[in-house]
Design a binder for this molecule. Structure first.
Ligand code: ZN
Ligand code: ZN
Length: 390
């Protein structure tokens, strides 16, 4: 089969690789119909995530048709259409039973690195390095889905792939980030980063009752997309003093909640951001956290900072004293995707939201390597790339 593979920093290869096979009784094999490239795939592309190996199949936003079913699978049969969550739960451990699927104790067969780095390893993810399990991803013609009863959402007939594909990651991720803001009627939520996850945060915040959402980015096309659903926008390159601007727009108090949907590759313009770049260049820090710092500074006292943006290691110049002094609440982490897929599918079926609004590019797998470059280089026009596989 054809697959998009990681070949080193900023090198993606279209390769012919062996088809996946059933390896365990709970597996299914899926013929991929549609997949997407995620902002977090760019962290791999840019070489920020360790333990990638040449030839690893990328992709964690995937859906398709079940073509083979392991003997222990109970809920799926050949011909079913499913969306596959990006992170893998075993369905049986303490955390899976608590619906904390991204904290699954069993799905990562290579937990030792994260055990050492984090104290405990979380769940594995598709196509996201060997320390995250080394599972082949879904930017391929076929994918093996382990623990398939847990890691699948059955899609009813007659609904377009593009409407439901993002249940695999960015819609649940944006929704959980907004839910983590503990939004009350009348609240104002500020969202750093109007990329695909940021867009889902913005719409989810409105769905959860926010009165105002302020989108912050430096790409005008992304801000325009945010404005389409009623968000206010700030281009931080054009504003003088983002914190002052946010204060001015919120009666001097600051937003009730701030979401960092940027993560470890924040392109900041402050002194600490410049320091990050220098330190990252010489290997002193792994993550650049300018958006997070600004979110902490801007948030109202006693407010919530919610972080769906991906971080991997250590951050420097983290204003912990500010967070303490203001009594902020923090919520963060990888999405418990499986918990959200069904309720969010119901919102889509009820026409409350159509997540396909975020798609700007539709391509075939052959155009994949170029699409990574376009997505990386032209973040203004290229917001979400979808791969049509079959
Ligand atoms: Zn993703
Ligand atoms: Zn589990």
């Amino acid at each position: 089969m054809k697959a998009l593979t990681w070949q080193g920093k900023q090198k993606i290869g279209l390769m012919n690789v062996p088809d996946p096979r059933i390896l365990s009784g709970g597996d299914v094999i899926v013929k991929v119909t549609t997949a997407a490239i995620c902002g977090s795939d760019l962290h791999l592309y840019d070489g920020y995530i360790p333990t990638m190996q040449k030839g690893d199949i990328l992709g964690h936003e995937t859906m398709g048709e079940v073509v083979e079913v392991g003997p222990l699978v109970k809920k799926l049969k050949v011909g079913d259409r499913i969306v596959i969550p990006f992170d893998l739960g075993c369905g049986k451990c303490h955390h899976c039973k608590e619906e904390e699927y991204s904290a699954c104790d069993n799905s990562n067969p290579n937990p030792l690195i994260l055990d050492k780095l984090y104290g405990q390893s979380g769940a594995a993810a598709f196509g996201f390095s060997h320390m995250m399990g080394g599972y082949a991803g879904g930017q391929a013609e076929y994918i093996r889905v382990p623990f398939a009863d847990t890691n699948s959402l059955l899609i009813p007939k007659g609904i377009d792939d593009e409407k439901v594909l993002f249940l695999s990651d960015i819609f649940p991720t944006g929704f959980m980030a907004a839910e983590n803001c503990n939004i009350k009627r009348g609240d104002t939520v500020a969202v750093w980063g109007a990329g695909p996850v940021g867009q889902m945060c913005i719409r989810s915040a409105f769905l959860l009752g926010a009165e105002r959402v302020i989108a912050i980015d430096h790409y005008n096309e992304r801000l325009k997309m945010a404005a389409q659903c009623g968000a206010e926008t700030i281009n931080y390159e054009e504003a003088d003093g983002l914190i002052d601007e946010l204060k001015a727009r919120t009666g001097g108090r600051g937003p009730d909640a701030c979401i960092d949907a940027v993560g470890l590759e924040a392109h900041g313009h402050t002194v600490t951001a410049a320091l990050d770049r220098v330190e990252a260049a010489v290997g002193l820090v792994t993550d650049r956290c300018d958006a997070l710092r600004l979110a902490i500074m801007a948030c109202k006292k006693g407010g919530t900072v919610s972080v769906p943006g991906v971080y991997g290691g250590y951050v420097d110049h983290f204003p912990f004293g500010v967070a303490f002094g203001k009594g902020l609440n923090f919520k963060m982490g990888q999405t418990h995707t499986q918990k959200y897929m069904k309720p969010l599918l119901d919102l889509i079926l009820a026409d409350k939201i159509d997540p396909s609004f975020v798609i700007t590019h539709r391509i075939s797998i052959d155009e994949g390597p170029n699409a990574y470059k376009t997505f990386n280089d032209q973040k203004n026009e290229c917001i979400k790339v979808v791969l049509k596989m079959h």
